[in-house]
Design a protein around this ligand. Sequence first.
Ligand code: FAD
Length: 441
Amino acid sequence: MHRILVIGGGYAGFYAARGLEKRLRRDEAEITVVDPRPYMTYQPFLPEVAAGSIEARHAAVALRRHLRRSKIIAGSVVRIDHAGRQVVIRAAEGEELVRDYDVVVVTAGAVTRKFPVPGIDQLAIGLKHVEEAVAIRDRILVSFDRAAGLPIGPERTRLLTVVFVGGGFTGVEGFGETLSLAMALLGSYPELSADDLQFHLVEARDRILPEVSDGPGEWVVESLRRRGAHIHLNVSMVSAEDSHVVLSDGTDFDAGLIVWTAGNAANPVVAEHTDLPVTESGLLQVRSDLQVGTDLKPVPDAWAAGDVASIPDVTSSDPAARTVPNAQHAYRQGRHLARNIAAVLRGRAPKPYQHASLGTVATLGLGRGIFESGPVVIKGFPAWLLHRGYHVLAVPSWERKVRVLVGWIPPVLFGRDIVSLQAVQTPRDAFVRGGAPHGRQ
Ligand SMILES: Cc1cc2nc3c(=O)[nH]c(=O)nc-3n(C[C@H](O)[C@H](O)[C@H](O)COP(=O)(O)OP(=O)(O)OC[C@H]3O[C@@H](n4cnc5c(N)ncnc54)[C@H](O)[C@@H]3O)c2cc1C
């Protein structure tokens, strides 16, 4: 019996474990998945969760429901000692357990890349997890409620000022969706107008959405500007202390919400806490067949896929090319990795992973999107429909597809739900105060 340990139950890990369950008999392999979250996050839905177009729970795919045979351990791997075939797992409560394995699959993804900008550790929020998307939506709704009760002035302007840092996929989609939410909210807040909203997107390079070519990228910038957004290119954030944002071109303003979406950084567990080989940027060094190591120096019994790994792109003529860290690859790599592990355990040779990109599709807010695949570019509403269609088909399991599809109907009929549940973060307040007004000592 082979003990296979999957570290991370996200995109690549979920599909790897599911593939292993299908391919290996119960008496052949014991599969264990370790993840601090009991669900796989369907990250492409997070911008729409932040905008209230998708119910937060529908972006989370329960591991226990869909991985029937795998053992699920709730915890973070804090050390991988491959020489000893052991990992150290830390549970949420802090206690540690050591787990032995025969084969390890590292699919722990990446983390949000941060820079030492004063103030961001206190104020900024990422957009990689469900709770972050929910908090972004709640913060916007609460800011609208507060701003509506204030006279025109600096505090009202601050509350209605939102800044996204980073113009990649996550930043642009999150920005477009929350701008769309804010514009829709104005219909329920007659005290506020579009002129009160200040939405800033800050990007250090001269263009946004590096995944699309120049023309469509410029169109996205123009379309966001036409919607009243401020797009700052070739500019970075230098400070955000006490909500006061200062940009590298001297622009400054107070912000009520700072969303940090400046790309991916290596997961610390592989960058710093393993004896497996890593690249200079802290990614696991992986061969084209998804086994860890290089062609000259493969590491037996260690496999990796997804954003945690540097994987040769065999479809490119450039031998240095690596597969792009996105869901398109993570999903396929997870499945491929399962096929290869099953093959090797049964004495057959693994095959190289190859997948040529299907193109790029992004939402820019309700009814707006951009799609590019080779020479084909689709803009606006048809691209947005493509985005929704593609992702509802791509989210794992029919159960999730149906929940998401059904959830899209009420907003079409009745508009978005505009209630913030931020109070769930302090659920004992009402009980403790016993009806006393807020602020009473
Ligand atoms: C907002 C947003 C929108 C996106 N939209 C798109 C899109 O439209 N199209 C597209 O192709 N891609 C998109 N992406 C990118 C895509 O979601 C990622 O590339 C993909 O999720 C990577 O899969 P993964 O399995 O490598 O990592 P993840 O899906 O991030 O999974 C990693 C898992 O590992 C767990 N983990 C982390 N550390 C540990 C540890 N130490 N021990 C145990 N478990 C651990 C995490 O909890 C997580 O469950 C988007 C990303 C974001 C954030």
